[in-house]
Ligand binder design. Structure first.
Ligand code: PAD
Ligand code: ZN
Length: 389
């Protein structure tokens, strides 16, 4: 999610030429979308972006997706310090580098989690207890003389941003940044949740709750993994056509049934699916998804980000017979793949046409129309809007 795909020309991140020496000392004045308070629209402001310090990279943003997690930060579902520059699904070009950046290097590689073969939620993340800063406790953004916070180490809703070298990956120069930016969060989260987290098996039955950009990417993953039935669930039937186009074999709307949706799904799947995914971010649908997978062999994965400070209570019997319940932040990037290898590889796979991204992009807008992009998301009219700079 906070992986920022940075395309570099002639690897400037590794070069030592004079122009970089010079430009990395300058403050850049540019435009950014600032969120001053929760529940308010963004305002496009003139901001200053300080030069990158040691082990930081300043990036000229080319494109960024709008993800529901950004909206969670606006609504307070995800608590993050404000005012801030949000956005985390971006791609851009390295503008300058700070001291000690030898090459763009993703993940610290040193903490317990980076060393763990099956995990990648680097301990240096700024998501679990967000400070809204880079690692030295400050941000490189300021506006009207006030410091402006970062968002989960990325802040892509700005013409220029500064990120740490551990939060950047170098990708194929030829890749279209206005598409592969989705690999920075939504696509990888969904696809990886199916392939790497649930480990969907050929011939299996999958149920996907929520058909936004992330849920549809779960469907793409289930299909690539060879699932034979993919049941898509959403309360917005306008999402069904795209779900079918991407591999859903059936689409159901809980509003069309009087009984609980997990019962409907259990009946449709001979007692429960092999795999189920919650890709909405609601506690009730997390329980429904759990109950929709088979009580002894089912695997259920939570992908949606739940409301801040709310808890679920479930009877242990639901797990005692053998169900597996998992959660996955950023799907593949953080559980199973190492981002260092996985992001450039996913970009290469996209270039080799192993999976599509175009169907996920329903709107492309100039960055200045960011509030329109959020309105489309909230109204259920878009899958992903890509903002271009
Ligand atoms: P989205 O808002 O585009 O899609 C959510 C979908 O859920 C919409 O199609 C809704 O109609 C549907 N929906 C809403 N309520 C219900 C309901 N009660 N029953 C069935 N369907 C419903 O969001 P998105 O695809 O960008 O993100 C989905 C979630 O995943 C969201 O909570 C986001 O914050 C989270 C996320 N998690 C990670 C991660 O790493 N775990 C990464 C990116 C996004
Ligand atoms: Zn996201």
């Amino acid at each position: 999610m906070w992986k920022k795909s940075a395309r570099t020309h002639q690897s400037p991140a590794c070069s030592e030429d004079r122009q970089h020496e010079h430009s990395r000392k300058k403050v850049i004045k540019c435009k950014a979308a600032v969120l001053w308070e929760p529940h308010k629209p963004f305002t496009i402001e003139d901001i200053e972006v300080a030069p990158p310090k040691a082990h930081e990279v300043r990036i000229k943003m080319v494109a960024t997706g709008v993800c529901r997690s950004d909206d969670h930060a606006v609504s307070g579902t995800l608590i993050t310090p404000l005012p801030a520059v949000l956005g985390h699904e971006g791609a851009g070009i390295v503008e300058s580098i700070g001291e000690g950046v030898t090459c763009v290097k993703p993940a610290c590689g040193k903490c317990r989690i980076c060393k763990h073969p099956e995990s990648n939620f680097c301990c240096q993340n700024d998501l679990v207890k967000p400070r809204g800063t880079l690692r030295d406790g400050t941000s490189r953004f300021s506006c009207k003389g006030k410091p402006i916070h970062n968002f989960i180490g990325t802040s892509t809703f700005s013409q220029y941003t500064v990120v740490e070298d551990i939060a950047v990956v170098k990708i194929d120069e030829a890749s279209p940044l206005d598409k592969v930016c989705l690999i920075g969060c939504g696509f990888s989260t969904g696809f990886g949740s199916a392939i790497k987290v649930a480990k969907v098996t050929p011939g299996s039955t999958c149920v996907v709750f929520g058909l936004g950009g992330v849920g549809l990417s779960v469907i793409i993953g289930c299909k690539v993994a060879g699932a034979s039935r993919i049941i898509a669930v959403d309360i917005n039937k306008d999402k069904f056509a795209k779900a079918k186009e991407l591999g859903a074999t059936e689409c159901i709307n809980p509003k069309d049934y009087s009984k609980p949706i997990h019962q409907v799904l259990q009946e449709m799947t001979d007692g429960g699916a092999d795999f189920s995914f919650e890709v909405i971010g609601r506690l009730d649908t997390m329980t429904s998804a759990l109950l929709s997978c088979h009580e002894s062999c089912g695997v259920s994965v939570i992908v949606g980000v739940p409301p801040n400070a709310e808890s679920l209570s479930v009877h242990p019997m639901l797990l005692l017979l053998g169900r597996t319940w998992k959660g996955a932040i950023f799907g593949d990037q953080l559980l199973g793949f190492k981002s260092k290898d996985s992001i450039p590889k996913l970009v290469a796979d996209f270039m080799a046409k192993k999976f599509p991204l175009d169907p996920l992009i329903t709107h492309v807008l100039p960055f200045e129309k960011i509030n329109e992009a959020f309105d489309l998301l909230r109204a259920g009219k878009s899958i992903r809007t890509v903002l271009t700079f």
